[in-house]
Ligand binder design. Structure first.
Ligand code: SF4
Ligand code: SF4
Length: 360
């Protein structure tokens, strides 16, 4: 669990009504404000708001991952049109608008996931659209207050009060007040904009203790087993109930596979980047028809290996923040935590009986 011993200089108290003031002030400054909105009964998403009345604070987490604000589900990369004489006119889509965006109410796990995405999208190539969206956006996270049974952020180095990649972490209070922890220059600018309703916290103020999230497995021990078991019957057993639907990847805040497709008629079209998923049979199928991951076992293995072996080796962190979305969303009850605890048990010398929990 992370220490909650926070430098007082970064702490501010916000008076009741601060959220309304924040939305109004930011709107007045021409900022796009996004906040949690109940879009259908029981479903909360981050959406653009014009007034604080649209905002709900009654949510465990937003359904769709924060990554979609920076890495959209689908986006046009360029447009093309055939010209007389056989030429083709190619127009790059304009880069993203420079309008500032402030996101109020993302959860710490979703924001922390951007650390992994930043590494991917600035790795061998600087993804200018992703970078521009990140640069224009200020992230005001709301501390997690009611993690559920599927949450396991503490198993992967996180916490309900994780400040990674947040510009401000807000601890909401029942009386409408809040404690705000500034984490970056962008966060300091946000606090300055709210100077009429936010004041430095009194000396000695500390954030509340985070709610408990049990540690369920040790990624380092799991990796030790993964290092030695690219070939294993375990992958076949894990894959028995996976439908390859991709819901786990699409909802995952760290998954980042995409496909580039041309959508065109005989005269003109668009090149688009769309989310894709390593659980899909088509994901790795070559034009020749050969598929290096020909069965669901190899695809399930890839998803686990990528998150808990390849990504740590390349980028020094696991590609999972323990948000639990994949566990909640899987229509056949595939459970990443069970898979990882089975793997950890195997690493300790457990036998095949351990796999039973994965298959339940
Ligand atoms: S959501 Fe479940 S069934 Fe669908 S691809 Fe993921 S693990 Fe397989
Ligand atoms: S793998 Fe599952 S628990 Fe981990 S970040 Fe992705 S959706 Fe969340």
């Amino acid at each position: 669990m992370r220490s909650t011993n926070v430098d007082e200089q970064t702490l501010y108290t916000a008076q009741a009504g601060w959220l309304k003031s924040a939305v109004d002030i930011l709107q007045g400054a021409g900022v796009d404000v996004m906040a949690p909105v109940e879009t259908e009964p029981g479903v909360v998403e981050l959406a653009t708001v014009k007034s604080s009345e649209a905002v709900t604070l009654d949510y465990q987490n937003v359904r769709l991952p924060l990554k979609r604000l920076f890495f959209p589900i689908t986006e046009v990369v360029l447009e093309f049109k055939s010209q007389p004489e056989g030429d083709v006119d190619v127009q790059s889509e304009p880069l993203v608008s420079e309008t500032e965006v402030v996101v109020l109410g993302a959860r710490p796990c979703g924001v922390a996931a951007l650390e992994a995405l930043d590494k991917v999208f600035h790795w061998d190539y600087d993804d200018v659209r992703y970078s521009a969206r990140r640069a224009r956006t200020t992230l005001i996270s709301f501390a997690c207050t009611r993690p559920d049974a599927q949450c396991f952020c503490t198993s992967v180095g996180g916490s309900p009060h994780n400040t990674t990649q947040s510009d401000v972490l807000v601890y909401l209070e029942e009386n409408g007040q809040a404690l705000m922890q500034v984490c970056s220059d962008k966060g300091a600018k946000f606090i300055e904009q709210l100077r009429d309703v936010v004041k430095p916290a009194p000396a000695g103020t500390q954030p509340p203790a985070p709610p408990e999230v049990k540690e369920k497995f040790d990624p380092a021990k799991a990796k030790a087993w993964l290092d030695e078991h690219f070939e294993s019957d375990f992958w076949t057993e894990v894959a028995l109930k996976c439908l390859g639907c991709g819901a786990c990847s699409y909802l995952c805040p760290t998954c980042h596979c995409f496909d580039i497709v041309d959508e065109a008629n005989w005269q003109a079209g668009q090149r688009r980047r769309n989310w894709d998923c390593c659980s899909h049979p088509m994901f790795t199928r070559h034009a020749s028809g050969h598929n290096p991951r020909p069965d669901q076992a190899s695809r399930c293995r890839q998803r686990i290996m990528h998150k808990f072996k390849y990504f740590p080796e390349r980028f020094g962190q696991v590609a999972c923040v323990g948000c639990g979305r994949c566990v909640r969303a899987c229509c056949v009850g595939q459970n990443l935590v069970s898979i990882l605890t089975d793997i950890e048990s195997k690493a300790k010398g457990g036998d095949k009986a351990d796999v039973a929990s994965t298959l339940n």
